[in-house]
Design a binder for this molecule. Structure first.
Ligand code: 9MR
Length: 370
């Protein structure tokens, strides 16, 4: 199926769940040595990417997705504000489309994300402390039950650490924390576990990867949170590391490996969940920029995949055409020149970039999992 779909030229193949081919859309030629998921699977790993119902209307993108991904993550469709814009009025149509696509194409689905301060529905702020706790419990329970048996790993809580918020435990001062207290964290894990005994349950966070004082504080916060969850008997099994890498910032393999070993020593597995590269600090010319971004990805993945507890690599999108970095919502993503961000494995025309080759080479070099 993939071989036919990946011939260069107009995409003539109907991809389930996608619009028909449009003139000018090309698909990448089959990769010698296989797609990224095949290379990952050969080592006992999974490879996948975030995508969205919007992206499913682009056949050339979905052909690459089929060729490279064994794991699908919804970029926004499974977040609380999307699922329950009005209290009690749940809508799952868009997320279900992604599940259908994954099922038809034999892909696993990561659940992203049950609780995240940036995706809380607005109506939550009208609730009392008790109402907030009840709404949280209801949301986690209903969402996990809805796709019970269909999600390999759930990001139960996303980005709960923020040392800059000034708490001694480094927890982020979110609505849930302020209303319920730190106990909202173990509660969420227990509710998710009861709703699906077989899904793996993850804590997911960003900003831990670099050899900077900022990252080091974030790592302390994450380790503290994981230890606290374990002490509370919460069923956390996976640490998701987003890996929004920053070109120009130092990366030290030994320091990063020591952190991963600390996490593994807690009995957790690790998944790379949102890999991409912010190249704002790199020159505008695409050639050198892509080479430097790929070098960072290679060094990061080589160090990461040496840790046997690491089980999956997921990129936050597949093509530069669709990336949150291009949206430029964060000041640190905005370039001083007019060059557009190039954070992902494929370029705008769905040609494989050096980042793709770096991921492929790192997967090929990874020690096999037991
Ligand atoms: O990339 C996602 C963007 O399209 C959405 O509008 C946004 C809000 O749902 O979320 C973005 O994804 C975030 C992810 O869920 C958590 N880590 C940071 C990602 C970038 O903001």
């Amino acid at each position: 199926m993939i071989g036919a779909a990946t011939r260069r030229g107009l995409l003539a193949l109907a991809i389930p769940g996608c619009a028909t081919a449009q003139p000018g859309m090309v698909t990448p030629p089959a990769a010698p040595g296989g797609g990224l998921h095949a290379r990952a699977a050969a080592k006992g790993l999974a490879f996948g990417a975030a995508t969205s119902t919007r992206q499913m209307a682009e056949p050339d993108l979905m052909a690459a997705f089929l060729a490279d991904c064994g794991l699908l993550v919804a970029e926004y469709e499974m977040k609380w504000a999307e699922l329950e814009p009005q209290p009690g009025n749940r809508r799952t149509r868009r997320a279900d489309q992604l599940f259908d696509f994954a099922r038809r194409n034999g892909m696993a689905v990561r659940g992203h994300t049950l609780l995240w301060h940036e995706s809380e529905p607005r109506w939550l702020s009208d609730l009392s402390a008790r109402g907030t706790a009840a709404a949280m419990a209801q949301h986690v329970d209903a969402t996990v039950l809805c796709w019970r048996g269909q999600v390999t790993t759930w990001d139960v809580v996303n980005e709960a650490v923020a040392p800059e918020d000034g708490r001694p435990d480094f927890l982020r001062r979110t609505w849930l924390l302020n209303r319920i207290g730190p106990d909202y964290l173990p509660q969420a894990f227990h509710i998710a576990r009861a709703a699906d005994p077989n899904a793996r349950l993850a804590y997911n966070d960003f900003g831990c990867e670099h050899a900077t004082a900022w990252s080091r504080r974030r790592r302390l916060g994450v380790l503290g949170l994981l230890r606290g969850l374990r002490q509370a008997g919460a069923p956390v099994q996976v640490l998701g590391m987003q890996a929004h890498l920053q070109a120009g910032q130092p990366f030290e393999a030994s320091e990063w490996r020591a952190f991963l070993a600390d996490v593994a020593a807690l009995g957790l597995t690790i998944e790379v969940t949102e890999l991409d590269v912010n190249c704002r600090a790199l020159p505008a010319a695409a050639g050198p920029r892509d080479a430097a971004a790929a070098d960072l990805v290679r060094r990061f993945l080589d160090a990461t995949l040496e840790e046997p507890a690491v089980r999956a690599v997921v990129t936050w999108g597949l093509t530069d055409r669709h990336s949150w970095i291009r949206e430029g919502r964060l000041p640190e993503h905005r370039r001083r020149d007019t060059a557009r961000a190039r954070p992902l494995p494929y370029d705008d025309a769905m040609r494989r970039k050096p980042i793709w080759a770096a991921i492929a080479a790192a997967l090929d070099a990874a020690p096999p999992r037991g």
